[in-house]
Design a protein around this ligand. Structure first.
Ligand SMILES: Nc1ncnc2c1ncn2[C@@H]1O[C@H](COP(=O)(O)OP(=O)(O)OP(=O)(O)O)[C@@H](O)[C@H]1O
Ligand SMILES: [Mg+2]
Length: 370
């Protein structure tokens, strides 16, 4: 009996040790961690198989990068990605683009093209990382550098293996240099053999760039808005991965996260851990929510302290589900600027109605009677 029990425990512990959490959040997801998005995937592939560009907008952490990466794998053409959030100037944008080019094409193929640059960069190999470093001398007119690098992109791209250029967090272009959007559009427009994908998570700014008639990028490509993952798909995804088939667990997870891709994976991952390692059986979703909310207590406190009075009021109302906000008694203009600010900083999102983006922060606001 004792020996059998020992064996059982040993077997259980061994099994647990070899188990891997089937939920993933925070980084790009692929393969078995990626669900659904069939239609969106097809739309991206089709657009890339045309002479058009793609604009993909969604709030933060809805799965833009994962979706684009999956599409790139399917398309099997050369692509490069630059995140504008990590770019500090026009010259830096050119430098980062050129560095990416070096990852795809051989030096032999590039050197005669780079010799033609009006400002010739210093290229060095880094033996530690086995990568190529690029540096331009500081110049007054940085635009010629960008022009030359963009021209290089279309030179290296061929009709059979047309290059795809992905510019992530593209709305940041507006903060880099005045008039840069105009210059970029003028160059990109004249390029024949490239596809561009513009990604952005600040919806209002992306709309300003691509939907406002006077903007240089007005209706520049196919506009796609990424929604949350459909409930049925996400439900099946969770059910297939939970250690025990409990329908109410999957339902409760999705109820709490409203199918937000990132928060759903985060919560499901915590639930899986509790079920697997701690054998929690009762109220497991509630326990997981509590753990995650507590884990972020300090962050939430800091975020709260940084809100002004109106923002706090709006967040409180949303926390209590008091809608419409117009009934807050706040002057319309104050309310408008507050929701605009909170949307821009990503604290609230608007799907059917305004809501707090992070369900754990929402819970924290409710719990602390903020
Ligand atoms: N198709 C998917 N299936 C399952 N989970 C997904 C999917 N897409 C995204 N997620 C979840 O959302 C998280 C964020 O995805 P991703 O980084 O691709 O989003 P993003 O919109 O690019 O985010 P950011 O705004 O931070 O750049 C992933 O780590 C994953 O947990
Ligand atoms: Mg991303």
């Amino acid at each position: 009996m004792g020996y059998n029990f020992y064996l059982c425990e040993k077997f259980r512990n061994e099994k647990i040790r070899n188990m891997r959490n089937p939920f993933k959040y925070g980084t790009i997801v692929e393969d078995e961690f990626f669900t659904d998005r069939q239609q969106e995937l097809q739309e991206i592939v089709r657009t890339m198989n045309s002479e058009n560009h793609l604009i993909l907008i969604s709030p933060r952490r809805f799965g833009k990068s994962s979706l684009v990466m999956k599409a790139m794998k399917q398309i099997r053409r050369p692509y490069l990605i630059v995140n504008l959030q990590q770019v500090v100037s026009t010259q830096d944008l050119a430098t980062k683009l050129l560095k990416e080019v070096f990852k795809i094409y051989k030096w032999e193929h590039l050197k005669h093209l780079i010799r033609r640059f009006r400002v010739v960069p210093t290229i060095s190999t880094n033996p530690m990382t086995d990568s190529i470093d690029v540096a331009f001398q500081p110049v007054v007119d940085t635009r010629v550098i960008l022009e030359d690098v963009l021209a290089l992109l279309s030179h290296v791209s061929t009709p059979e293996r047309q290059l795809i250029v992905v510019l992530d967090e593209f709305q940041e272009v507006m903060a880099l240099e005045k008039g840069l959007d105009k210059q970029l559009r003028a160059i990109i427009q004249s390029q024949q053999n490239l596809n561009y994908i513009f990604l952005g998570s600040q919806e209002s700014m992306m709309e300003e760039i691509f939907e406002r008639k006077k903007s240089p990028f007005y209706h520049f490509g196919k506009l796609m808005r990424l929604a949350k993952i459909p409930r049925e798909e996400f439900y099946d995804y969770i059910m297939q991965r939970l250690p025990a088939q409990q329908e109410d667990v999957a339902t409760d997870i999705l109820q709490f996260t409203s199918c937000h891709p990132y928060y759903t994976q985060q919560l499901a991952s915590q639930v899986w851990e509790l079920m697997t390692y701690e054998n929690v059986k009762e109220q497991v979703v509630e326990v997981a929510i509590e753990r995650l909310t507590q884990a972020h207590d300090l962050d939430f406190e800091r975020m709260w302290m940084n809100f002004n009075r109106t923002d706090k009021r709006v967040m409180q109302m949303l926390g209590k589900g008091q809608l419409p906000l117009q009934q807050s008694g706040l002057p319309t203009s104050t309310l408008f600027s507050s929701t605009k600010r909170l949307m821009k900083t990503g604290y609230i999102i608007r799907a059917a109605a305004y809501d707090i983006e992070d369900p754990f922060f929402k819970r924290w606001i409710q719990q602390n009677n903020k």
